[in-house]
Design a protein around this ligand. Structure first.
Ligand code: FUB
Length: 323
């Protein structure tokens, strides 16, 4: 039989593909987003704390952070800019990858920010500095208020914080410093300073470098994942939140030789990997055609607790979950 697709059939197929396509996530506000830190709070909603790229950004000069939330992973609310560098007395740029933690009725928004200028051609002329601040709110969607009036510490350089609160209430902060190694420190009970010193983590003989640490716990095991070299998402496991960590493998390969940043969270019994993807803007940004947008795909564990590699999909969370 000679089958010729008709226009209505082509249109129907196109609309079906569109309806099934959830990546990048549609936050409804048409802004460029990156660095998703996802959490499910007591109200059962899933919240994403994210960086906001300026339109056609070239060198990560970023000014504020947004929060998005959903209760079905398809329809999202953009709660707007919940904190801006304009609200800070100690930083005026580099509103980079944030995280948030809940403790004793309050939400602690943990953010890197900085000042100065990064000279990529003559690095010796760079004056860029970054530190980590904490802003607090009674609501998961802010507005958040800088609770310290300065960074947690000024030296060493610190970026890409991740806050993890263990079941006993002890909170930990993970970040990467100027050496690009990963460090951990215990947070004080009020979450506004650290207890003791930073520890460079024992990565079991590996020396992973760069950005975006993420820590979670599942069935008594701690997981530490990161975009190694800011590209490939790999992970480690441990019996304690401070390690020592044992290398397990790759979760997501790199794409376009561009940075990635992720988080992993369980929502209604299903694990999800949030990450960002550099998407072609067509004509919109001629100097830097690809711009960042947050995406998500389901993530699956093996029986022994190891994580299966995740492929980027167009349908994302609208795709069929595997059992
Ligand atoms: O968004 C700015 C920076 O790019 C983040 O802090 C890094 O993790 C990378 O995604």
């Amino acid at each position: 039989m000679n089958f010729k697709p008709t226009f209505p059939l082509i249109l129907m197929l196109f609309l079906t593909t569109l309806a099934n396509s959830q990546n990048p996530l549609n936050f409804g506000s048409n802004i460029r987003t990156a660095d998703p830190s996802a959490h499910v709070w007591q109200d059962g909603r899933l919240y994403i704390y994210a960086s906001h790229d300026e339109e056609c950004q070239e060198d990560f000069w970023m000014k504020n952070w947004h929060v998005f939330s959903s209760d079905d992973l398809i329809n999202w609310t953009d709660h707007g800019a919940v904190l801006s560098v304009e609200d800070l007395s100690w930083a005026d740029n580099f509103a980079w990858a944030p995280d948030c933690a809940y403790k004793d009725g309050k939400y602690y928004f943990c953010f890197p920010a900085g000042t100065g200028f990064k000279d990529r051609v003559n690095p010796e002329n760079s004056t860029k500095w970054m530190g980590i601040g904490i802003a607090v709110s009674d609501s998961p969607t802010g507005p958040f208020k800088d609770a310290i009036g300065g960074p947690l510490w000024t030296q060493p350089y610190a970026n890409d914080p991740c806050l993890f609160v263990d079941e006993d209430g002890q909170a930990y902060i993970y970040f990467h410093g100027s050496s690009f190694d990963y460090f951990v420190a215990e947070m004080a009970d009020d979450m506004l300073s650290i207890k003791g010193d930073f520890i460079k983590m024992d990565m079991g003989g590996y020396e992973p470098k760069m950005e975006g640490p993420w820590v979670f716990k599942r069935k008594d095991k701690y997981y530490f994942s990161m975009p190694e070299g800011n590209r490939v998402i790999t992970y480690y496991m441990a019996d304690s939140p401070k390690g020592p960590w044992t290398y397990q493998g790759t979760i997501m390969e790199q794409e376009h030789n561009s940075n990635n940043h992720h988080s992993i969270v369980e929502y209604e019994g299903q694990w999800i990997l949030f990450y960002h993807r550099w998407i072609d803007t067509g004509e919109a940004c001629d100097k830097r055609e690809r711009q960042r947008h947050i995406c998500a795909d389901y993530l699956y564990f093996n029986e022994d607790g190891t994580i299966r590699p995740v492929q980027r999909t167009e349908e994302g969370l609208a795709g069929k979950r595997r059992e």
